[in-house]
Ligand binder design. Sequence first.
Ligand code: CJB
Length: 830
Amino acid sequence: ELSKWRPEVIELWEKCSVPETINKETFQKSFIRHVNTTLARSIYNVDNFSAYQATAHAVRDRLIQRWNETQQIHTERDQKRVYYLSLEFLLGRSLDNALLNLGLKDSFGEGVKELGFKMEDILDQEVDAALGNGGLGRLAACYMDSLATLCYPAWGYGVRYTYGIFQQKIVDGYQDEFPDYWLNFDNPWELPRVDIVVDVQFGGHVNKITEGDKVRHEWIGGETVQAVAYDVPIPGYGVKNCINIRLWNSKPRRKFDFGKFNAGEYDQAVQEQMKAEFLTAVLYPNDNHMVGKELRLKQQYFWVAASLHDIVRRFKKSQRDWNEFPDQVAIQLNDTHPALAIVELQRILVDEERLDWDAAWDIVTHTFAFTNHTVLPEAMEKWPVPMISQLLPRHIQIIFDLNLFFLQRVEKFAPGDRDFLARLSIIEESTPQYVRMAHLAIVGSHRVNGVAKLHSKLIKETIFKDFVKYYGPDKFENKTNGITPRRWLHQANPKLSELITETLGHKDWLKDLTLLKKLEESVHDKEFRRRWMAVKHSNKVRLAEYIRDVVDVDVNPNALFDVQVKRIHEYKRQFMNILGVIHRYNTIKSMSPEQMRDVVPRVVIFGGKAAPGYYIAKLVIKLINSVASVVNKDSTIQDLLKVIFIPDYNVSVAEIIIPASDISQHISTAGTEASGTSNMKFVLNCGLILGTVDGANIEIHEEIGDDNIFMFGHLAEQVDDLRYAHRYRDVPMDPHLDAVIKDIESGSFGEARIFAPLINTLTFGKDYYLISDDFGSYLDAQKLVDEAYKKEKDWVKKSILCTANMGQFSSDRAIKEYAESIWGIIPVKV
Ligand code: CJB
């Protein structure tokens, strides 16, 4: 039986396994082997795509080796692990990232060149893994990179959607959505684990069984869907550690109903199969917005149940006492999407493992921690009680019990205060009743955190203030978001990375971003400044080429590139940006040729997807494109202004846009953007930012100083009063804004009626996002940007100081904070 573990057999295994070290020659061998065997092709029919596949497989072989070693060591050491539960992982492309993290880019680049290919062409073949909407999903991806790089024992758990975020095309200025069938041709970055299958139950009923003086519950019946694991290896930078994201795919338990087939009901015979597979078919395309579809709830439970089953199974192998569970397992809830995990663990411990309710609850609350990512009311998840009862009859009982015991404790804290109880309750007492997922997440976690200082303060003062009263302030923390410098500088901006490495004389800054501070010493070095600018310029040329390719407009790389790329949302105020562009256009048009000579030419670049059902956001896209089509062909303004909407913004496109920005806009209504992370990416890539006093803009401002950032607009604490004024008084509109609106209404940018609903948000809609209130200071700030850009030398200095002072915003810093103050995990280096 155990003959395979005899020393001589082990020796043979080791001898035959993939070589440890890899160089150009071994890579080339592996490349050709994959072309011949994995792809069944030959030298005569290898195109760039096959070359990509062969390269990816050669890299994957090495990843698997590291993955195996990491898992083996982490299992042997048996130390506490963190499990990061995220319904979204916005990974983007993997090949370039893996090559850089493994330090193989140069030798593999040489290797493919000798075989007749260009590395850039090969990298360009890869489609993005776009299993996320925006900031929340990309944050999860950055955190995985840092967890691996810092050698923490960690796993991510997510859903393997067949369709990621939709592809956006612009047709007649409007957004059109197309399915993102990213798995069309084999995905080398996942390892299917056909042997890891978990049954997930839905529906059925609960039996109450009395055994002596004890009662237990048995959940039976209903339908069962199987969850199959797909593992995505995530390599750390400059280390052998390679962690795992386990994504679950749904499949039917029974492939085919032969009874129905034999009865001639052919279509019905495959129905169960289709229904089960549909469960993980699509990512819901909403950002910062809850859409209460039953299928989404099913996705959530499916993923949570499979993940917890896996975590519990792993823990049980160690044969420890249940009390030790929180010493071995930390589970981070990325938003409320996985909040059902709290109920599921309580169910497993009480119903299946037969622990006492209180003992189980103690384990649960010491295991979970919860990150909140938004204060927007429309984003708060709540599910109708009848819907949960139908799908998860035992879970709804547990939720009500948890709530009862929780409210009994609250009652002792605030005797007789019915309103306080109602406000804290996990159940919203409406018709029908709803389960408030954030309340469930808070009650079931030992820590709750916001994602930037202001946001963490706001959640304590507004949406969770009653919980702070009850639990005290210590349960609530701030963990300012971060980004991985590996992808967002080293990979996306190789020239800047090279210049930094040469200047600092080391690459250590990629693992300790605070080392960038030393770049400050070079601001007075003229040659350094020249080279810094040259890098920016070449990145702008690269973006200009991309713009020509995708929208067929020529832009001047010497113009100021002004960028706003992010999900299209009213609170992010792309509308204010385009209204400002119209103001600029009209101002230039009214100028004499002499006056025009003094104008800084600008290219205003937009990008981002609107949720398919978000009518107003889609109109903003239409307005941007309508303005672009007028402005871009107006020769009277002498190319002083161009407006570009880059379609299908995603991670790979961001990697081209961000390094090319001179100024980027992060202009949400104060108090609405929890953190923002693209602000960090732009500043790290030496682009200045124009921003409101919101989210992480505030902390970036603190780090880089007044001289290197353009801040404007009202403060979060003023927002309530301003909204109140709009609601109950006749607040006059900013006069410049008024002129712009009249211009749109006069038909300058196409049929005015199209834009009426958008304009109504400012008038009948009471300008909820306070565009009128901030418009004046926005235009003033834009003027300051123009003036500053004219002083070239000072501008470059600002740009250098931006990068130099971004040390705080590495996701490594964020992950260390989580590890030390919330998870209690320590690194285990392979
Ligand atoms: N966020 O991307 C999302 N989706 C949501 O549904 C809620 C929040 C974003 O999360 C990012 C990561 O924390 C934040 O930087 C961003 O401000 C927030 O909108």
